[in-house]
Ligand binder design. Structure first.
Ligand SMILES: [Zn+2]
Length: 313
């Protein structure tokens, strides 16, 4: 609106601002308290869409005596900013002592920009993958969720100097390096509350994603997680859980996936036949199981088909 009347110009400016605010994407993040000083943000049980803005993974934070430890930063700069605002409110403005990134999938690390100035760390192989593939992963998410990603740029973490027992911000944590969902998966255990942030090694009520998976390693990692005496477990996707059922569910789904694909390869089925094979009733209740199963077949089946070929004479 062009006008020489100053009050009209002011009105036009105010209207534009209100319009921008009304249309601005908002993740409406609300931290949920798990235990004393331990919180999580719950992602939705969906694929990336333009309505969920990529908010499909769980993130969390732990408030220590001297600062806050953040676990994963979500899918975009905006998510990170809105997450940080909620963290500041919940912690009374304590400094961010450390940001830990569990693995190199875009729904877990693209909020890093919002934590500039704080140490952002991940396992060395995670850092390498983000450095090499972060731009591609980010571009893909721009394509899938659109405006929510505005201004998002990849900020690679620095390699975690030390795993095992760590005291960060006055909080005793156990940082455990595992593998299987990706080449390197970091798990964070808070000793005081018994809270296990399992990253994407554990999915609950949602089918697991496998684009970078090694199922044998993943199953071995689940055995390790099973041994931890946790009181609550925050999976990478799905609701928080207090017992072994989320680990068991992830194990059952991955075992079935491995066995059914191996069997199909041995029977000489082609990829489309495998994608169209029925999913057993016990896994039908998992969110997005049809889509994830199709993706898993495309990721995992070609290698199994080659392995099933008779040796060359
Ligand atoms: Zn993942």
């Amino acid at each position: 609106m062009k006008t020489s009347n100053p009050s009209l110009r002011l009105f036009a400016g105010a209207a534009l601002l209100a319009c921008t605010a009304a249309n601005a994407p908002d993740y409406a993040l609300k931290p949920q308290r798990i235990a004393d000083g331990v919180f999580w943000f719950e992602g939705v049980d969906e694929h990336f869409t333009r309505s969920n803005g990529g908010n499909i993974a769980n993130t969390g934070f732990i408030v220590g005596r001297d600062g806050v430890v953040v676990i994963d930063t979500g899918p975009s700069k905006l998510y990170g900013q809105q997450m940080r605002a909620q963290i500041d409110k919940a912690s009374g403005g304590k400094p961010i002592a450390e940001v830990l990134i569990t693995h190199a999938h875009p729904d877990h690390f693209l909020g890093n920009q919002a934590f500039a100035g704080a140490p952002i760390e991940a396992l060395p192989a995670t850092v390498t993958t983000i450095t090499q593939q972060g731009e591609t992963l980010s571009a893909n998410l721009y394509r899938l969720v659109g405006a929510w990603m505005q201004g998002t740029e990849v900020r690679a973490p620095t390699p975690l100097a030390q795993t095992g027992e760590r005291s960060i911000a006055g909080r005793r944590l156990r940082l455990i390096a595992l593998t299987g969902h990706t080449e390197s998966d970091l798990v964070v255990f808070d000793e005081a509350s018994g809270t296990l942030f399992a990253g994407d090694l554990v999915f609950f009520h949602r089918a697991a994603t496998t684009p970078n998976a090694d199922i044998a390693h993943w199953l071995a990692s689940l055995d390790q997680l099973q041994k931890i005496d946790f009181r609550q477990l925050v999976p990478g996707h799905g609701p928080i859980v207090h017992g072994p059922e989320a680990i068991a569910e992830t194990r059952a789904y991955l075992s079935w996936l491995r066995d059914s694909l191996k069997q199909a390869a041995a029977n000489g089925l082609d990829m489309v036949e495998v994608m169209n094979a029925p999913i057993p009733e016990r896994f039908r209740k998992l969110a997005v199981v049809d889509e994830e199963h199709t993706r898993s077949v495309s990721h995992l089946y070609p290698k199994l088909e080659i392995e099933a070929l008779p040796p060359a004479k």
